[in-house]
Design a protein around this ligand. Structure first.
Ligand SMILES: *Cc1c(COP(=O)(O)O)cnc(C)c1O
Length: 432
């Protein structure tokens, strides 16, 4: 089948993320990938600036991850997790407990980030129910947050970005504090937390948990905020008897410069959601960890079953690759690599601050963000083709052009990504 036939069929029959079948998006067909490069069906190769949505931290087609996957396939690709267990899940749970904060002792495996968030919410509500506090059923979240696309996760994501008005009848109404604005601890001002403090003090009798993305609000706007905010949130949760759920699905495994973002605030969550880079981008897997206190609390009411159990729970193939991915990461000098990427992003992106269209440039760890004054309209059909013509893969959304490359990226390739950003902005300027 010719490439155009493929793309034609794709456009006519297949939904892509957040797309309309009436205005099918421009898609590029990828036939293989290696290191930081994707090979397209027309033979071109492009440098991936997205790490396939935060996940491929080691790059594509990694020999060790490939070997791990192949070995596990020959042994057992899958087996149900009800009544059965297996080495890959045990080993992965051991590793996760080992590398996260000591109080986090229990692991629930699921198949995607959104489900890890659903499970976290269930854990929190069941915990208080078992304590005889069945009124504590609401969540306190942040404006500009993003926690996934399933109904429970969507209900704690930003109401406007998630278009909650369309789902008003089916979504629970949670509480939303203003998004944090303070970027450095040195500039901390108490009014950054005052809206949050007011909500938690007024509603704590009905709040089961706070849920937020530590230090980086990802899909809700690529906004960064300071560790002090997290410390304040932790203290308020303790003061008002509210559990703290940290959604590290985007930030986990080194992206912000520490293995987990919460480590920069030196706090420990009651419940922690992991995903995206967990398998190094090989397959879909997520995990929800919690403390002994939460787990024992859920079990306390005599019945106390945690009411979740996906068909593909703890898929051995995914768990095996996740174990290998964690080993590859921890055996590498990832901290140094993330630091070098950060310094290069600062050096090469910050100068764009002076461009007319640019509102803000920000860098944290291996994340570089250029925010424009105007949204980049998705319907601008020249944009995806223009980007690929620069030899790169970047996917702007709303006002944001951002990159979070695989940690293995080399200097020249990263320069090609940052150089492409300036070309995109110049091209936008010409179109306006
Ligand atoms: C991507 C993401 C999710 C959802 O994960 P999926 O695997 O897409 O379901 C949840 N929370 C955060 C912070 C994310 O970035």
């Amino acid at each position: 089948m010719k490439q155009n036939d493929n793309l034609d069929f794709d456009a006519r029959h297949i939904w892509h993320p957040y797309s309309s079948v009436a205005y099918p998006p421009t898609n590029h067909e990828v036939v293989s990938a290696e290191g930081v490069r994707l090979t397209l069906a027309d033979g071109r190769t492009i440098i991936d600036g997205m790490s396939s949505w935060w996940s491929t931290i080691h790059g594509y087609n990694h020999p060790r991850l490939n070997r791990a996957a192949k070995q596990q396939i020959d042994q057992m690709s899958h087996v149900m997790f009800g009544g059965l267990t297996h080495q890959p899940a045990i080993e992965l749970a051991r590793k996760l407990i080992d590398i996260t904060a000591p109080p986090l002792q229990k692991v629930f495996f699921s198949d995607s980030g959104s489900i890890a968030v659903e499970v976290a919410i269930k854990m929190a509500i069941q915990y208080w129910f078992a304590q005889g506090k069945s009124k504590k059923q609401r969540l306190l979240s942040l404006r500009n947050g993003y926690h996934g696309d399933t109904f429970g996760a969507m209900a704690v994501s930003d109401p406007e970005n998630g278009m909650h008005n369309m789902f008003a009848e089916v979504l629970p109404t949670h509480l939303f504090a203003p998004a944090p604005t303070c970027v450095n601890d040195d500039d901390w001002q108490d009014n950054d937390i005052s809206g949050f403090r007011q909500l938690i003090s007024e509603h704590n009798d009905e709040i089961a948990a706070v849920i937020l993305e530590p230090l980086v609000q990802g899909a809700g706007g690529m906004r960064f905020y300071c560790p002090e905010y997290l410390r304040q949130v932790r203290a308020l949760c303790d003061q008002y008897q509210v559990l703290l759920i940290l959604d590290e699905i985007a930030t986990n495994f080194g992206r912000t410069g520490t293995l987990f973002a919460y480590q920069q605030a030196d706090i420990c969550p009651d419940i922690l959601c992991l995903g995206k880079a967990l398998t190094g981008g090989y397959m879909t897997l997520a995990a929800t960890l919690c403390t002994d206190k939460v787990a024992q609390g859920i079990a306390a009411d005599g019945c106390g079953l945690l009411m979740h159990g996906p068909t593909f729970m703890a898929n051995p193939l995914a768990c095996r690759v996740a174990c290998e991915s964690i080993d590859v990461l921890l055996e590498s000098d990832w901290q140094q690599k993330v630091k070098i990427i950060e310094q290069q992003l600062i050096a090469e992106l910050m100068p764009y601050q002076t461009m007319d269209l640019v509102k803000d440039v920000r860098v944290k760890g291996a994340i570089g963000v250029v925010e424009l004054h105007q949204p980049i309209d998705d319907q601008m059909d020249w944009l995806p083709t223009f980007i690929v013509d620069q030899g790169v893969w970047i996917r702007p959304f709303r006002k944001l052009i951002y990159i979070m490359p695989p940690f293995i990226i080399e200097t020249d390739d990263l320069s090609q990504l940052t150089g492409a950003i300036v070309k995109i902005i110049e091209q936008l300027a010409r179109q306006i």
